[in-house]
Ligand binder design. Structure first.
Ligand SMILES: Nc1ncnc2c1ncn2[C@@H]1O[C@H](COP(=O)(O)OP(=O)(O)OP(=O)(O)O)[C@@H](O)[C@H]1O
Ligand SMILES: [Mg+2]
Length: 497
């Protein structure tokens, strides 16, 4: 078989931000008809490399090559015209527009007289969605779609433009395993059509499920290249972090304390319909459920982030009406929301300022010199969560996605809450940091905090949770306790009915 052609490559690429070099002489290539996984810890330079490859950043040194020829993209639009399409960590869809309109944003097929041809728009959209095997209505508004469906629209949007290369930055971070599999099916199909595909992901199982080749970035350098068939996950992770990573495994802790947070027949329409659960001090209560089961919305309802129509909420036995997440925080209940876009970081503020955002008033009330206290608190959490940043006084917007996520977790912990509601707290964080966050949640539980861990990853629940409440159709269908807590019992309870 002839060697497949390299469609897109970086040759000796270096890139700096504000005098700090974050990519050093990186060589990387993707061939036609292959899926190439790009992996590495948070801040390793994966997103930056993709941005160079798609013309958002110009390299400081080195070059990019398209089909064997050196190319200087004049910007992302230029790269797009030449068939290099990107799906970034942050989705770029317009919620108020339909699926079809999003697919052809800026390039809507015009009829005679240049008037938008709606019928053609819809037909074109249907054709692209059909190619993906995606069962999506072109007329549906994007705002009405689940996160996972938006992700598929995002890929379809890239395809609508006749791509030769597809660059995907953490496309599955908000998808369940089943939904990710749907996306992979689409990617395999496209690979069969000859597209070169680069996928950035932190999930090792995914890498080994879809990639033909693997490139490991570490501190802005290529630290390993593998043919997938010749590699093992352990080997790849070791190249990523430079050490062995030991996973947290569940261990019996002392008997939990009194009930800290309790929901009784809670309704938050449309997704939460009569959910009842209770979490005790010193306990990690897992919440499982399929996408659409209401698991995410239950978390939001617990902290007043979405309106509750009916039911009771009790914090340490006292009935409360939670008006907003800020109100919940004053009651000692904090929430790590699922959506990066709603993370609520203040991009222009420093890492340290973001970390102390919830306790600023407390610090100043205690008469503590804010500046030094802010920096010290920031430093303490930077170390504890291994947040990778040039300085805690750097703007949080300069951090990589995973490190921004860790900064938000730091903010919650700094507030010293009694109850932590965390929705997929390790989505988008690297293998090492994931183990770190797991250890921190266990530590918080051991210190007497009540932890509600909502997760799309069964393994995560099995490793951490003392009990797991399984959501189905907006209610808690059952609570599984050890030793009856297994992958199989969770799945069966989540899908039954
Ligand atoms: N616009 C920017 N300004 C300043 N620094 C930046 C900028 N973009 C990225 N960096 C820095 O470059 C480094 C690499 O970041 P990058 O986003 O490429 O990492 P990543 O591998 O994608 O990480 P993650 O897994 O967390 O998404 C980080 O240290 C980050 O702080
Ligand atoms: Mg990134």
């Amino acid at each position: 078989m002839r060697e497949r052609e390299v469609v897109l490559a970086a040759r000796g690429v270096a890139k700096s931000f504000g005098g700090v070099e974050v990519l050093h002489d990186v060589d990387f290539e993707v061939r036609e008809g292959e899926i190439h996984a790009l992996v590495g810890e948070n801040g390793a330079g994966k997103t930056t490399l993709l941005m160079v490859l798609c013309g958002v950043h110009a390299p400081d040194r080195g070059a990019t090559e398209l089909a064997g020829r050196e190319v200087r993209f004049r910007g992302p639009a230029d790269a797009q015209v030449r068939g290099v399409r990107t799906v970034f960590q942050e989705l770029s869809l317009v919620p108020a527009l339909s699926v079809a309109e999003n697919l052809y944003l800026n390039r809507a097929p015009a009829g005679p007289f240049g008037i938008l041809d709606r019928r053609r728009l819809r037909e074109e959209a249907r054709r692209v969605l059909g190619r993906l095997g995606a069962d999506l209505d072109p007329d549906a508004l994007v705002q009405d779609l689940s996160r996972s469906r938006r992700q598929i629209v995002e890929v379809a949007k890239a395809l609508a433009a006749e791509a030769r290369v597809l660059l995907l930055d953490e496309p599955t971070s908000s998808l369940s395993e089943a939904e990710a599999e749907v996306l992979f099916q689409v990617l395999r199909q496209l690979k069969g059509e000859g597209l070169g595909i680069v996928v950035v992901t932190h999930r090792m199982a995914e890498v080994f499920a879809i990639a033909d080749r693997i490139t490991v970035l570490r501190d802005g350098r290529v630290a390993g290249r593998f043919e997938r068939r010749e590699a093992t996950p352990d080997e790849v992770v070791r190249r990523m972090v430079g050490r062995d990573v030991s996973q947290v495994t569940w261990q019996e802790r002392g008997a939990p304390g009194p009930v800290a947070l309790e929901a009784e027949d809670l309704w938050a329409l449309p997704r939460v319909r009569g959910a009842t659960l209770a979490v005790r001090q010193g306990e990690i209560l897992g919440v499982a459920g399929l996408e659409g089961s209401g698991r995410t919305e239950l978390g939001l309802a617990l902290v007043g982030a979405i309106p509750v129509q009916r039911g009771r909420l009790r914090v340490f036995g006292r009935e409360v009406r939670v008006a907003s997440p800020a109100h919940a925080a004053r009651l000692g209940v904090v929430c790590l929301p699922p959506d990066r876009k709603e993370l609520g970081l203040f991009p222009q503020l420093t890492v340290a300022d973001n970390i102390v955002a919830m306790i600023l008033r407390l610090l100043s009330r205690l008469g503590i010199l804010p500046k030094a206290a802010v920096r010290d608190t920031g430093e303490a959490y930077r170390e504890r969560l291994r947040i990778r940043c040039p300085s805690v006084l750097a703007p949080v917007s300069a951090l990589s996605g995973g490190n921004q996520q860790k900064s938000l977790l730091a903010r919650l912990l700094a507030a010293d809450p009694k109850v932590i509601v965390a929705d997929d707290p390790t989505v988008g964080v690297d293998t090492g940091a994931k183990a770190e966050i797991h250890r921190i949640l266990v530590e918080e539980a051991r210190r007497g905090k009540a932890v509600v861990l909502i997760s799309s990853e069964l393994v995560e629940l099995l490793e951490l949770a003392d009990r797991v409440a399984v959501m189905r159709d907006g209610r808690v269908a059952g609570v599984l306790e050890r030793p009856h807590l297994t992958e199989e019992t969770i799945v069966r309870l989540a899908a039954a009915g």
